[in-house]
Design a protein around this ligand. Structure first.
Ligand code: 2AM
Ligand code: CA
Length: 253
């Protein structure tokens, strides 16, 4: 059993830690894990804080964090991205987030995505709904792809993959009214949940980027599938829609 208010307090406190670094970027220590993959002192500090607090309060669950890897118990576990959108964070932009999901027996049952610079706290529990800052959220009603505003990202380009997202983006962008590329997959997915975007797709992500957001989106009425339309959380090919434009967008993937 988990306590939502306790988790919100812990995750908001983690956000305050991130913000202390964010307000002093001139002194931020930025390293590269690979040529285009950043890690900062803030990522490490936030993850350490979350790991400590979550294992103190919930010793029965294991931990998997982007920066520190996996603890022993991985059957039931917290899945944490301390900062999703590190590049944006390191440049002083506002779209980055802390992503925390709880997986029990292979299923995500709780997800929270907190964007501290926007002070938006999104969360969901399985079968109980999704909220932004305590208010219930739901996907948009828009049902014409031509009128839609759609988000994507290009994590794939940083890995120098041949199968990149550029051709797909050019094709789909011409068929919609608005496109956004905001830099944090976790936030992007929550924007679909909240009706601020009508759909989002990206490829070559990791489970810790999308686990929490996917539950929030599903609980807000979104479809969450791979590029073939199979329901589920597939970080290497994730398509999140408001449901109403799903059939128009899927064949274009
Ligand atoms: P991160 O900031 O936690 O690394 C934006 O397109 C998304 O891509 C973000 O969720 C970002 O997560 C992720 N990302 C950034 N660099 C990446 C890389 N080299 N490989 C895979 N995903 C990456
Ligand atoms: Ca990260």
């Amino acid at each position: 059993m988990i306590s939502q208010p306790l988790l919100e307090r812990i995750i908001r406190e983690a956000g305050d830690i991130a913000l202390t670094y964010f307000r002093d970027l001139k002194h931020l220590n930025v390293d590269k894990k690979s040529p285009r993959d950043f890690v900062t002192a803030a990522d490490v500090a936030v993850e350490k804080f979350l790991q400590t607090k979550l294992s103190e309060n919930y010793p029965q669950y294991g931990f998997w964090g982007e920066e520190s890897g996996q603890s022993e118990n991985q059957t039931n576990r917290w899945i944490v991205d301390p900062i999703d959108g590190t590049h944006s964070f390191s440049r002083g932009q506002y779209y980055w987030s802390i992503s925390v999901a709880l997986e029990i027996d292979g299923e995500i049952v709780f997800g929270a995505v907190y964007a501290p610079a926007l002070d938006d706290y999104y969360c969901a529990t399985k079968d109980e709904g999704a909220w932004r800052n305590g208010k219930p959220i739901s996907v948009s009603d828009l049902d014409e792809l031509g009128d839609a505003m759609i988000g994507t990202g290009f994590a794939c380009l940083r890995s120098y993959l041949e199968q990149n997202n550029l051709e797909r983006f050019c094709r789909i962008a011409q068929l919609t009214t608005g496109q956004r590329r905001l830099g944090s997959a976790a936030v992007d997915i929550c924007l679909v949940a909240d009706g601020q975007l009508d759909a989002f797709w990206e490829q070559e992500l990791n489970l810790y980027d999308v686990a929490a957001g996917a539950l929030i989106a599903k609980e807000a009425g979104a479809t969450v599938t791979d590029f073939q339309g199979n329901a589920g959380i597939f970080p290497k090919q994730i398509l999140v829609t408001n449901g109403k434009i799903f059939n128009q967008l899927l064949p274009l993937m």
